[in-house]
Design a protein around this ligand. Structure first.
Ligand code: HEM
Length: 482
């Protein structure tokens, strides 16, 4: 047990360092609060998975809760949370995603490839547009034609306001050190940030709902989650009163779009710096698709290496490095250790992914050759030592969009690799290659690589021609969502 570290120190690698010093499961006293860190596959399984009835609440942090009060990802497991989560999980189930939505997702990724042909230097914007647009189709029945489009921009604006309000260091730990509560509001800018963390997303998601209602009032009803909820008058349910329906959809949109885009950026960054991995993946893709067609998710079993690439990027650079904290709601014992009621439970994704491998810092997708399934199949099973990674959390709060997230990343990586070689960008003036710093990551709760440059080179003219032809073919599919 170690006591009183600074709250600022809870970075990804600190948890690994402390676990070497204090053991895989250790507690931190932060003022009068207790934080339990579970840097152990067994402990995550035995506590968060198996005792999920008491390990599924979120920490009591008034500022955090104030900003996130209508976001079900941060609610305690109340009846409202249960209703909202159930609807999301049902709507994002594999049957739906592999049915009609499959061709829409492919169409958005074909658009991504086309954008990469036209302006490869803007690849980050293209990835962001593509993921936001597909998520907006699923949730709102609306797509983003460009980066400036409301349906692409909104989610990133909302996320920025939220990250400002809740990321480590954004507010004083008043729950742990009550003395901070005495600081007048006007001297503590975190109050205003928390207010904006609620107001800005609420404004964006209320406007989203207004736009969908306007479309529907003109007789254009579509297949989307919001369309379905509006048709079934879910609004009358206590889970959706006032601004809650708008913020519910917004919460899913926020959880979905940026996380998926950040993952793809990490994949691009590691692929650019590991040409041998591209060689291996492209050999596999070429054997299945040749230059006759683009990869589809139905190729999943025939292209196992793409899945390995995705798992390895999630292991080496998890999108939520310190996890989204849980809270346990009863005193309970674990291996002789009292875990007190209301302790914050940390599943330290980055530390878990970097503690158990001798070569944890080496990017090596081959380590997943014996993990041929999607992440969901390894989560929560008795065979916890064989779990692939913790990128999506654990227990009852495990990512509600895990099936969609896995499919989007698979399609994006498979199709990008089918089409392009990704290489270091070259400095126009010096002719030297521009180095990529694989450790330059943002310091936020949900984070991705700092801006970096790469070069996308189409693999052949036949690849270019097929992308252009497919783009023509999918325009009609996409127009239905504009
Ligand atoms: C690579 C992409 C993604 C990553 C890394 C990711 C990661 C996570 C993590 C770590 C959590 C918290 C789990 C916990 O508390 O233990 C979470 C929760 C959640 N995610 Fe994801 N996610 C991704 C994509 C998505 C997508 C595409 C959607 C929806 C379409 C989504 C919807 C949600 C929701 C609604 C929650 C809250 C669940 C709850 O609190 O009950 N996520 N995600």
């Amino acid at each position: 047990m170690c006591t009183s570290p600074s709250i600022q120190n809870f970075s990804r690698s600190k948890f690994k360092q402390w676990s070497v010093q204090y053991g895989d499961v250790f507690s931190l006293k932060v003022g009068r609060g207790t934080m339990i860190v579970l840097n152990s596959k067994r402990a995550v399984y035995e506590l968060v998975d198996q005792r999920s009835a008491i390990y599924s609440s979120r920490p009591i942090d008034k500022r955090f809760r104030f900003a996130m009060r209508e976001n079900f990802a941060f609610m305690d497991p109340t009846p409202v949370w249960r209703v909202q989560r159930k609807i999301a999980v049902r709507y994002l189930a594999p049957e739906k995603l592999d049915g009609d939505l499959d061709k829409v997702s492919n169409a958005e990724i074909t658009t991504l490839l086309h954008d990469l042909l036209v302006s490869p230097e803007d690849f980050i914007k293209h990835v962001e547009r593509s993921t936001a647009s597909f998520t907006a189709i699923v949730l709102y029945g609306q797509r983003a034609k460009s980066n400036d489009d409301f349906w692409a921009r909104g989610v990133y604006e909302a996320m920025e306001a939220i990250m400002h309000a809740i990321s480590p260091g954004s507010h004083l730990p008043a729950e742990q050190f009550p003395i901070f509560k005495l600081i007048p509001r006007r001297w503590d800018p975190s109050h205003a940030r928390a207010q904006e963390g609620f107001d800005i997303p609420t404004r964006i998601w209320t406007e989203s709902r207004r736009r969908v209602e306007l479309r529907r009032s003109q007789g254009d009803k579509r297949e989307s989650l919001l369309d379905e909820l509006l048709s079934s008058e879910k609004e009358l349910d206590p889970a959706f009163q006032g601004t809650m329906l708008a913020n519910y959809l917004g919460a899913v949109m926020q959880a979905a779009a940026e996380t998926s885009a950040l993952s793809t950026k990490t994949n691009i960054m590691f692929l650019a710096t590991h040409p041998a991995v591209q060689d291996k993946a492209q050999k596999e893709i070429d054997a299945v698709c040749g230059v006759e067609r683009l990869p589809c998710f139905s190729d999943f079993k025939d292209m196992p290496y793409i899945n390995c690439i995705i798992k390895e990027s999630q292991r080496i650079r998890p999108v939520v490095p310190t996890g989204i904290p849980h809270r346990c709601t009863q005193d309970n014992w674990y291996n002789g250790m009292l875990i007190p009621k209301d302790a914050t439970i940390i599943i330290p994704h980055w530390a878990l992914h970097h503690s158990k491998y001798e070569d944890a810092g080496t990017y090596n997708p081959d380590r997943y050759l014996n993990h041929p399934n999607l992440a969901w199949d390894y989560a929560g099973t008795k065979d916890f030592e064989n779990r692939d990674h913790y990128n999506y959390g654990a227990g009852r709060r495990i990512c509600a969009g895990i099936q969609l997230a896995e499919r989007t990343q698979w399609r994006q990586v498979a199709r990008i690799l089918w089409a392009f070689r990704i290489e270091h960008a070259v400095d126009e003036n010096t002719g030297e290659k521009i180095e990529i710093d694989l450790d330059a990551y943002e310091d936020k709760m949900v984070c991705g690589p700092a801006p970096f440059k790469v070069k996308f080179t189409p693999r052949s003219q036949r690849h270019v021609d097929l992308i252009k032809k497919e783009m023509e073919d999918v325009r009609e599919i996409l127009r239905a969502w504009e």
